[in-house]
Ligand binder design. Structure first.
Ligand code: F6P
Length: 358
């Protein structure tokens, strides 16, 4: 295990990648634990790695007073974040990309910090771990992303709150679907994985859930919807993950419709049903963290502060079957965790008769 010796009694923290509910709860947990238990000063770096490229570096002192108000309950990140400012391939105004990693490392050095805690998803972990290695920066990661695709952790901060938003949408769509005898298609985020789609589909009573992990046969989807109708139900709910793999003739990138829009049109054509589409989008990233995300953020944040205080580095804190533990960053960085086809969520969906398009 990599260890370092504290010189300054100060640690830094930043958020990186797309925001989600629960980031402020995690920043709060790190700050509380670092100050109260370990007597460290905590410095928040603004705007992720982009803040490290500013001169002076964009930063703020995180004290107990900063958290006297509402942050535990608030969505977003009080530090700000970026999901496009990779310092190894930084987008320049003239359209070129430049390696600015040395500048980011130099920025970190100006803050006289013993360690950096980074809250990020899989992409951010890859960038931050590379930066930390190159700059010999002691680094601890905390996983967050509504997509829930960070390797090794069962849950990333923000995922369950996003699922709640999608379930709420299904709860609202069902009565209007029934009133108008329609098939309602809900498109959810998740990038290349179907974690939000399948969890929301199970909890929200969907008939069909289309996820990137399972290639879609529209014939199977149509058959399921016709069976629902034959059972005497006049409406149906379909959840589509944004990264869904549609039949080969569908070029998602070239088509100006959303993935959900394409599926809705295909359903209308194959079944004759009237369809409507809702694309949930960034609504899933906003709002208050639910209770689970506050607990997860508090547990992961406090553990990360302990690791930084003990002089550990190159670790990421995870939720592993109900326990908070830490594992080597290298076992997570650069990996994506897709849904397992023999995992609990996929199996539960199938057992509940939900059609996954295969
Ligand atoms: O990774 C989180 C996420 O919300 C994905 O689900 C989505 O595809 C993407 O970020 C959206 O990114 P942006 O905020 O840049 O539109």
């Amino acid at each position: 295990m990599t260890r370092f010796t504290r010189k300054h009694n100060r640690i830094g923290i930043l958020t990186s990648g797309g925001d989600c509910a629960g980031l402020n709860a995690a920043i709060r947990a790190v700050t509380f634990r670092a100050i109260e238990q370990h007597g460290l000063a905590v410095v928040g770096i603004n705007d992720g790695t982009a803040g490290l490229l500013e001169r002076p570096v964009k930063q703020m002192d995180l004290t107990m007073k900063v958290f006297a108000g509402n942050y535990l309950r608030m969505g977003g990140t009080l530090l700000g974040t970026v999901n496009k400012g990779d310092p190894f391939a930084y987008p320049m105004p003239d359209g070129s990309v430049k390696d600015r990693s040395a500048e980011a490392i130099e920025g970190f050095r100006t803050l006289d910090l013993d360690a950096l805690i980074g809250i990020g998803g899989d992409g951010s972990m890859r960038i931050l771990s590379r930066l930390a290695t190159q700059g010999r920066i002691p680094f601890i990661g905390i996983p967050k992303t509504i997509d829930n695709d960070v390797a090794r952790t069962d849950f990333a901060i923000g995922y369950m709150s996003a699922v709640d938003v999608a379930v709420d949408a299904l709860d609202r769509l069902q009565p209007t679907a029934a009133s108008h005898r329609r098939v309602m298609v809900l498109e959810v985020m998740g990038r290349d994985v179907g974690w939000i789609a399948i969890a929301a589909g199970i909890a929200g009573g969907a008939d069909v859930v289309l996820i990137p992990e399972v290639p879609v046969s529209m014939a199977k989807v149509a058959a399921k919807l016709k069976a629902v109708s034959a059972q005497g139900r006049n409406h149906a709910l379909v959840v589509v993950a944004e990264g869904v793999r549609l039949p080969p003739e569908t070029d998602l990138k070239a088509d100006c419709r959303s993935a959900g829009g394409i599926v809705a049109d295909m359903i209308a054509e194959a079944t004759g049903a009237e369809t409507r589409v809702t694309v949930l989008g960034h609504v899933q990233r906003g709002g208050s963290p639910n209770a689970f995300d506050r607990i997860l953020a508090s547990s992961l944040g406090a553990h990360a502060a302990d690791l930084a205080a003990r002089g550990l580095s190159d670790r990421i804190v995870i939720w592993d079957r109900g326990k908070i533990v830490d594992v080597p960053l290298s076992s997570v960085a650069g990996q994506t965790r897709a849904l397992k086809l023999d995992g609990t969520l996929v199996e539960t969906a199938r057992r509940m008769g939900i059609c996954l398009g295969d």
